[in-house]
Design a binder for this molecule. Structure first.
Ligand code: SF4
Length: 307
C-alpha cells in the first residue's frame, strides 16, 4: 500500500465500513489511533456483550484472535474480520484441549471455569467462561462443594481464591505482560504519589495485593475512575488503557504502574491494517459449526450469570 496520510486512511475506512455494513470493536489495550476509529472500545466482557447486540453484518475486531473468535462464536452468521492473524495471546496459547481433556478425566466431577483468554477448542471443553470483570461474581454463584478447575490464568484464579475463599485447581498459565510487573515498581510509585489510588488488573501477580486498592478489569478501571472523587491513580495494567482514561478524564492524573507492561500483540494492528482488512475482507474468522455450538454454551452461560 502506498503511503497514505492518516486522514485519508480514516476517510476510506469510514466509506468501506458503510459499504460493508461493518462495525469496529477495539480492546482497551489497542493503539490510540485504533481506539479512535473504533465504534466501541471496551474490555473482553463489554465487547462480548456488544458483539451480541450489533445488527451490522460485519464485525471488524481490533484485538487478539481469541476475542475475534468469541465474537464469531456469539454471532456465527456475521462476517468477523481481524486485520492481523499474528495478534495472538501468549496466555491463551498456554492451554490446549488435549491437556485439559486429561485433567478433566482426573477430576470427573469438576466444573471447568475458563477465562475468555483461551482458544475456542478450550472453551468448547468448559462448563462456563469468565472474564476479569466477572470471574469473582460467577465463582461465588457456583455451589459451595463444587470442585472447580480454573483455566488458564493462575494469577486471576489465585486472586479469585483470595477474594472468595473457594478452593480451585489452577492451570499454570499466565500473562507475561502482567507477570513482568514487580512489587518494587509499585512500591516506588506509591512512595512518589502517596495520595494516589492503586488500581490493578487481576492478571497481575497476587503478591501485589497488599499494595493495591482494587483489582479490576480494564472496563472496571475506567468505570471506577469516572465515578471516583479522587483525582490521582496509579494504573497497574497494560499501557494501552491510558489513552481511554486520559480522554474520558482530562482533569485527572494517571501514573504508569509499570512502563514495561506493553503487550506486543495488542500493538500489531495499525490504521493501514484496518484499511487493508476492509478492502480485502481479510482475515475472516472461520470456525467449524460444531465447535461454534460447543464454545457458545459456556460463553452464553457466563453472559447470563453476569447480568
Ligand atoms: S496482555 Fe497478556 S493476556 Fe492480554 S492479550 Fe496480551 S498476552 Fe494475552
Amino acid at each position: 500500500m502506498a503511503f497514505l496520510e492518516n486522514e485519508v486512511m480514516i476517510e476510506r475506512i469510514n466509506a468501506l465500513k458503510k459499504q460493508l455494513d461493518a462495525v469496529i470493536l477495539a480492546h482497551n489495550y489497542e493503539l490510540a489511533e485504533i481506539q479512535e476509529i473504533a465504534d466501541y472500545t471496551g474490555d473482553s466482557l463489554e465487547l462480548s456483550i456488544r458483539a451480541t447486540q450489533i445488527s451490522a453484518r460485519t464485525i471488524l475486531f481490533c484485538g487478539v484472535t481469541f476475542m475475534a473468535e468469541t465474537a464469531k462464536v456469539l454471532s456465527p452468521d456475521k462476517m468477523v474480520l481481524i486485520p492481523d492473524l499474528q495478534a495472538g495471546c501468549t496466555m491463551a496459547n498456554m492451554a490446549d484441549a488435549e491437556t485439559l481433556r486429561a485433567l478433566k478425566e482426573k477430576h470427573p466431577g469438576a466444573m471447568v471455569v475458563t477465562y475468555v483468554n483461551s482458544t475456542a477448542e478450550v472453551k468448547a471443553l468448559s462448563d462456563i467462561c469468565v472474564t476479569s470483570a466477572n470471574a469473582e461474581k460467577i465463582v461465588r454463584q457456583l455451589p459451595g462443594d463444587q470442585e472447580i478447575i480454573f483455566v488458564p490464568d493462575m494469577n486471576l484464579g489465585q486472586n479469585v481464591i483470595n477474594s472468595t475463599g473457594r478452593k480451585m485447581i489452577l492451570w499454570d498459565g499466565f500473562c507475561p505482560v502482567h507477570r513482568r510487573i514487580t512489587n518494587e515498581e509499585i512500591k516506588r510509585r506509591k512512595q512518589e504519589y502517596p495520595d494516589a489510588i492503586v488500581l490493578a488488573h487481576p492478571e497481575c501477580n497476587p503478591s501485589i495485593a497488599p499494595l493495591v486498592d482494587e483489582f479490576l478489569s480494564t472496563g472496571g478501571i475506567c468505570n471506577y475512575v469516572k465515578n471516583s472523587s479522587h483525582d490521582k491513580f496509579i494504573i497497574v495494567t497494560e499501557m494501552g488503557i491510558f489513552h481511554r482514561l486520559q480522554k474520558e478524564n482530562p482533569d485527572k492524573t494517571f501514573i504508569v504502574g509499570s512502563p514495561q507492561a506493553i503487550c506486543p500483540y495488542m500493538k500489531l494492528i495499525r490504521l493501514e491494517d484496518v484499511l487493508r482488512c476492509l478492502e480485502k475482507q481479510q482475515y475472516q474468522i472461520e470456525l467449524p459449526a460444531d465447535l461454534i455450538e460447543k464454545a457458545a454454551r459456556p460463553i452464553r452461560k457466563m453472559l447470563e450469570l453476569s447480568k
